[in-house]
Design a protein around this ligand. Sequence first.
Ligand SMILES: Cc1cc2nc3c(=O)[nH]c(=O)nc-3n(C[C@H](O)[C@H](O)[C@H](O)COP(=O)(O)O)c2cc1C
Length: 165
Amino acid sequence: MANSKTLIIYFSRTGRTRRLALRLAQLLDADIEEIECRRYRLGLFGWWRFLRAGFNSIKGNLPRIGQLRHTPADYDLVVLGTPIWTSYPCLPMRALLDARPDMPGRIAGFLTYGGQSEPDKAFDMMAEMLGQPIKHRLAIMTEDGKLPDMDAKAARFADILESEA
Ligand SMILES: Cc1cc2nc3c(=O)[nH]c(=O)nc-3n(C[C@H](O)[C@H](O)[C@H](O)COP(=O)(O)O)c2cc1C
């Protein structure tokens, strides 16, 4: 649909999910927003923050996040992107969904992960928190820190989303 508006909302700590988010934004001609979360910024004490992320993820201790600059309900489609943390969506994404933001009827999801978890479990948790289904899902497993065939997988995913608009 020519005038369909899409918003991508994602979090990324080490940049992989960000790369995929930026590629999808290009392909879908979408607005894009990264969830701001000071607690899990990459930087000083990186290793300590990594351990704390794992511990808090298991415990479900949600961090404070910045307010979104975009209004998801103004869009036809929102695409949510997250890394997997301890088999769940990352904590900043869970904090966003826990706040129950108004969303449009169409939600899609993408994630990157290390290969130790089942992506559908993380997508299902997001859908449950949203109270609505996530029909279209793209999961890319990292290999040596890279995302194999990212461009081709992102293009296929974008085609499907656009064909259903
Ligand atoms: C705290 C933490 C926990 C993680 N837990 C898992 C996990 O349970 N299963 C998995 O497959 N990958 C896990 N990973 C790996 C990430 O999902 C993977 O490296 C992802 O691509 C990182 O995305 P990013 O670069 O956008 O932050 C974990 C990473 C972190 C930081």
